[in-house]
Each structure stands twice: as C-alpha cells, then as structure tokens.
Design a protein around this ligand. Sequence first.
Ligand SMILES: NC(=O)C1=CN([C@@H]2O[C@H](COP(=O)(O)OP(=O)(O)OC[C@H]3O[C@@H](n4cnc5c(N)ncnc54)[C@H](OP(=O)(O)O)[C@@H]3O)[C@@H](O)[C@H]2O)C=CC1
Ligand SMILES: O=C([O-])C1=[NH+]CCC1
Length: 324
Amino acid sequence: MIFISEAEIASLLTWEGTLKATEAALKAASNGTSAKTQRLYTQILNTPKWMITMPGYLEDSKYGGWACKTLTGNPQNVNGPTLNANIMLFDERSGALKTVLSGTEITNWRTAAASAVATKYLHSRVSNPEKVLSIFGCGEIGRAHAHCFYNSFEFIEIRLWNRTLQKAQKLASELNEKYNTTKFRVFENKEACARDADVIITATSPGKVPLIKYEWLKEGVHINATGVVGSSLSDKTFELDREIYKHSEVYVDNWPGANAELGELTGFGANMKAEVGEVILGKIAGPDGKQISVFQSLGMASEDCAMARLIYDLYMKKQQKNTH
Ligand SMILES: NC(=O)C1=CN([C@@H]2O[C@H](COP(=O)(O)OP(=O)(O)OC[C@H]3O[C@@H](n4cnc5c(N)ncnc54)[C@H](OP(=O)(O)O)[C@@H]3O)[C@@H](O)[C@H]2O)C=CC1
Ligand SMILES: O=C([O-])C1=[NH+]CCC1
C-alpha cells in the first residue's frame, strides 16, 4: 500500500489537471456515470466538530476511481486548519486498498476548481474585460480560490476580505509578490468589497449572521458559495442572506446532496435550477446574465475520486521514471 503525502501531492498538482478532473466529475454527476451515495456526518457530541465520510465512484477512462474520503473539521480551530482530509483509493478489480492520499490540499484545489468550472459555464461574461472578483474568507479554501481564479481568468481587480484583517493583508502581499501584480487588494468593509463585483466567492465557516446582503449586489452577479452547510448540524447557517436566495437561480453540484443538505433554500424562495453538469452537458440553459446566479457548492466524493486517480497516475509515472 502506498501513502502519498501532502508534500508529494503539492509537487504533482496543477490547475490545468485539477480543472479537467473536476469538470469531468461535475459532468459525470449529470450523466449517470458516478455513484450517487450520500455522505455521512458524525459530530462529536455537544461540539461543532464533525467528521464527514464521503464514499464515491466515478466511471471515466482518465479520471475514474473508487475512493472514500474522510474529513475532520473543527470550525473553531485557532492555530491549525479547519479541515484534515485523507482519501483511500481502492483497486476496482480486487477491492484491495491501493493508496492512501493526504486529502487536504486536494480538497482545497478541487473545491476552487469546481467554482472556476461553475463560473466558466454560468457566467460566460467572465471572459469580458474589466471584471472584478471579490473573495470573502482568506483561509485555505479562500486562498486556493485566489490562486485558481487568478490563473484561470483575467480579472482587473481581485478583492480580499477576511474577518481577521491581517490574514487578508498577508495573503494579498503573498499573491501580489508571487504573481508580480497589484491586482490583489484588501477590503476592510464587506459592503464595499461586494459592491460592483461581477463574481463573488464566499469561503468561510458560516457564522450566525450572513456575510453578504442582497442590496449590495450588482445585477447578474455570479456567486460561488462554498462554506459548509452540514445536514446534521443543528444550528445550520448560510453565508448569503435569504433575500439573495429569493432572487437567485441556484445551481448545485449534485441533486442527491442538495436534496439532503440544502432543503432550507427552497423555503427561502430560491429557484433551485440545475446541476452545473446539466449546463455543461447542454441539457439546461444557464443564466441569462440579468439574474443573480449562485453555485451552492457542497463538494462531491466523485471530485475526490477524479483527483485521487489523477494524482495516483502522476505519482506512479514519476516513480517509474525515477527507477529507470
Ligand atoms: N464546498 C466544498 O466543496 C467545500 C467547502 N468547505 C468549506 O469551506 C469553508 C472554509 O474552509 P477552510 O478555508 O478550510 O477553513 P479555514 O479554517 O482555513 O478558514 C476559515 C475561514 O472562515 C472564516 N470564519 C470563521 N468563522 C467566521 C465567521 N463567523 N464569520 C466570518 N468568517 C468566519 C475565518 O476567518 P478568520 O481568519 O477570521 O478566522 C477564515 O477565513 C468551511 O465552511 C468548509 O467547511 C471546505 C471544503 C470543501
Ligand atoms: O466536499 C468536501 O470535501 C466538503 N464539503 C464541505 C466540507 C468538506
């Protein structure tokens, strides 16, 4: 059995590969080539700490795999990341465990890639010049989105907001330096950060008060809301206010997950429109550009299957090269 560490994975991850693998998984959710198994939440009693078990299967010659991810999460972590993930990849013929992959960075990258794929298909105007992107939350998922969207699109400005301001400042400096740019700007005020934005990403552990208000939003804005809304968390909250859902077309990554975990949104008056994969496949037309579109990202086991297979194949290739 092989263990592929975070360090190995970091040397193998590319945005191009991650975007392709994630798009394959989003498509598969809508054409019947991935398993529709529910994920399971297990909470440590009387705490906000959870474990999610995500078994999945994806049929695909390049990105197919049979895997199970376990993630533990503690939204109150102060000195460490909220999430810790590991992925077990199984041999499809024998059922034997083939590989365990550290899954935290894979989760960060594929979550950002899912938002980028959703943005590409739901907000085709993203390729127009002069677009502004606003990212709320500069933790691990927010950071991955900043890199992914910088590398995938041509925004003129990328705004960063974080509850703890210094974290946004640190990330902005890192990104401006790495990419030799001044596009990354820190906003202290949420409303100013959201106003006039063409694309918004929310990547926080949702608090008691929603982060973003409807009255701040530009016509036709596209929002990728990624903050977790677990099915068994008793005090479930959302990053967007109810008015946003009431006036939006909401897209999801998979209906079985949305039916289990996003039931409240229908109660808020949301038009639960389609899976992103249905738009990719041309089964359903995407937004007309006037309405607000929300990709309410849950994350899918099949995305992890695709990523585990991608990384496993790259790792094996590298090992073979090193032994010759
Ligand atoms: N959709 C998907 O596929 C996935 C979603 N997620 C979800 O993404 C979210 C971010 O995870 P991750 O980046 O790993 O976590 P991190 O711990 O790295 O970051 C958490 C972020 O949330 C912010 N935050 C926490 N509480 C509040 C609050 N009450 N109001 C505003 N901001 C708050 C933190 O701000 P501060 O710096 O001030 O503490 C920080 O920016 C989580 O909800 C996670 O469950 C994760 C993986 C996949
Ligand atoms: O898909 C995923 O890995 C997760 N979704 C919410 C928290 C983690």
